[in-house]
Design a protein around this ligand. Sequence first.
Ligand SMILES: [Zn+2]
Ligand SMILES: [Zn+2]
Length: 308
Amino acid sequence: MVRPTADRLGRALDLFGDQWVLLMLQRAFFGVRRYNEWKHELGISDAVLSARLRSLVDAGVLYRRPYRDERRMRDEYRLTDAGLELWQLLISIWAWEYRWVPGRTDELPVLFHELCGEPTLPTLTCRGCGGAVTARDTDATRHRRVGEVASPRRFRRSGWESVADRPDLFFPETMSILGDRWSTAVTAAAFLGIRRFSELERELGIQPSVLSRRLGELVEQGVLERRREDGRRAVHYRLTEKGRAFFPVVVTVVAWADHWIADAPRALTLVHRTCDRPLRPALSCDHCNVRLERTQIHFAPRGEKRSS
Ligand SMILES: [Zn+2]
Ligand SMILES: [Zn+2]
């Protein structure tokens, strides 16, 4: 399933570019551990659930732990240290949907920072200097072609369509970027400053018809915008504000992959230009500015004031 030659980012995207996997991780953080609990919570088929559990165990995100039910020994699945680190990815996805996807603010739960007791929208910050981080003050050095991120195997649209009709479950807009290998590659290329159709085509090794369809979808979602350079006919594609706001999701995947898939080649190096150090991302509370910790945040339904 995972390409042995893929770089760190490619391998991470092979794993997380799948709506079921993200849903399962989300549920794992809410305490789901047993096969039947996942099956019941997500309405997922046995074949899909078994395959995803296997890839999450193989990737070192979940580990098996035996337990005895009424009849026999079974395995439950718990988050490893690598798995627990993924809270930052899930929170970044939540924050982007909450802030940028119309209608989602009213549907999604609110995130509370227990340290200050207030609802929080995490901001991406640098562990090196403590300052805020955006795509604009980050330099990326590529070690591989962006196209190597895009798996040659068929992207898994069939999987997402079955979840997309259940907005209560998860994040359909995120999945239309992250769950589709070409959209991920096109978005990554946009962050790296690759903007013209011909450049994208060459860099990604993508068929023109596929590229124009993905670009069209990303424009429709408001992630990219078409611009015409002064005095030229060539159109280029730039990230909108909504598109640039997806940066924390990209950065947390890159950082996780660098730490936990260290046996694969590095895909790219990010440097925080403000302090000129390799970017080690953190998420901070937009209310009290303190760095968020996994054990100091919780979700609550809308309307709830503070934790008990
Ligand atoms: Zn910095
Ligand atoms: Zn706070």
